[in-house]
Design a protein around this ligand. Structure first.
Ligand code: ATP
Ligand code: MG
Length: 314
């Protein structure tokens, strides 16, 4: 049976996505720095791997040894995740002509990556293009059929490998390649200005936006679905937590009500306090006040950047 939804493995998020991501399509996970994009992307791969899928992580921001160190602490099963080191210093370190680079890159299990600090090239990434990576991914798919792929991050890929004048065409080709390969892909995108989404948001079939801001209680995190072609979705922001076991997004009260026992039955136990859904103020977008006023709407702020009450983006 062909499953048309790929679960992210994050219960509340899958609920927001009406069961998960429509398979075989590219999606963007966007947010400012440190909002949890890489963690969410890895969580998505781990979910696939534990269910026997072939999954591939393309590391562009951080070398695989650092990724391994970061995520081993989560207690995840990382054996089933293939990793391709696409960090620019590696692609440039040995003076290999561009056309040959792809044949020399090797995909290895993430869990087998050495922990030592890797050398860093002093050379700039001038002779490598996104096409190199695109061709390499295509080659790999001929040998192994991956069902999930993560590019972390598309922002760095653009920065290092794409000339501004060719940005739209190159990204369009990259997104098309990912679609043609049939894998469900997640591309992380760092957005410095939440009010101005880039071309990648336009090209992706859907966008999950991660938020963080300070309120009176400290650092708050939230998640919204900005767009989802071909599916209905929840348009209300939910709390998001990064924990030792990955990302947690609470399920909705609506769902809990459905599962509550019949009126003539005593509930077996009280729900844990941690699962109680708190009212969520809108995310800060454009440097508003630090603390939202009491009774602030829990609905997401429009992505136009009109903003809502809350702290400045961090
Ligand atoms: N075990 C943990 N428990 C709680 N929070 C954690 C844990 N591990 C990481 N974090 C939080 O997650 C943040 C980093 O998440 P992540 O690397 O996924 O963000 P990112 O959006 O990919 O960032 P960048 O844009 O810099 O790549 C850390 O800054 C920290 O706040
Ligand atoms: Mg990251």
């Amino acid at each position: 049976m062909i499953r048309d939804r790929a679960k992210t493995g994050i219960e509340g998020l899958d609920e927001m996505l009406e069961g998960g991501l429509l398979t075989g399509r590219p999606y963007v996970v966007s947010g400012t720095s440190g909002t949890g994009k890489s963690t969410m992307a890895l969580h998505f791969l781990v979910e696939g791997a534990v269910n026997g899928e072939r999954v591939l992580y393309v590391a562009i921001d951080e070398p695989p040894n650092e990724v391994l160190l970061n995520f081993r602490k989560m207690g995840w099963e990382l054996d089933g995740i293939g990793v391709l080191d696409g960090t620019p210093d590696v692609l440039n370190y040995d003076k290999t002509p561009v056309r040959d680079v792809s044949s020399e890159r090797k995909i290895v299990p993430l869990s087998s990556v050495g922990e030592s600090i890797r050398r860093t090239s002093e050379k700039g990434p001038t002779d490598v293009t996104v096409n190199t990576l695109q061709e390499l991914i295509k080659q790999e798919f001929k040998e192994r059929k991956y069902t999930r792929i993560v590019i972390d991050s598309l922002t760095s890929l653009k920065h290092f490998y794409i000339r501004t004048s060719e940005e739209f065409a190159t990204l369009q080709s990259f997104f098309r390649t990912l679609s043609d390969l049939g894998a469900t892909s997640m591309l992380t995108v760092q957005i410095p200005d939440i009010a101005r989404p880039g071309i990648e948001s336009q090209l992706a079939r859907g966008e999950i936006r991660l938020h963080k801001w300070f309120d009176g209680r400290g650092l708050m995190r939230g998640v919204t679905i900005e767009k989802y072609r071909g599916s209905s979705h929840d348009s209300v922001m939910r709390h998001l937590k990064i924990t030792q076991h990955g990302i947690v997004v609470p399920k909705s009260n609506r769902d809990k009500r459905k599962k509550s026992p019949a009126p003539n039955k005593e509930p077996e136990e009280k729900p844990p306090a941690a699962e109680k859904e708190e009212p969520l103020p809108p995310p800060p977008e454009n440097g508003m006040k630090d603390v939202p006023p009491p009774g602030a709407s829990k609905h997401m702020a429009p992505s136009s950047g009109s903003g809502g009450p809350g702290g400045p983006p961090i």
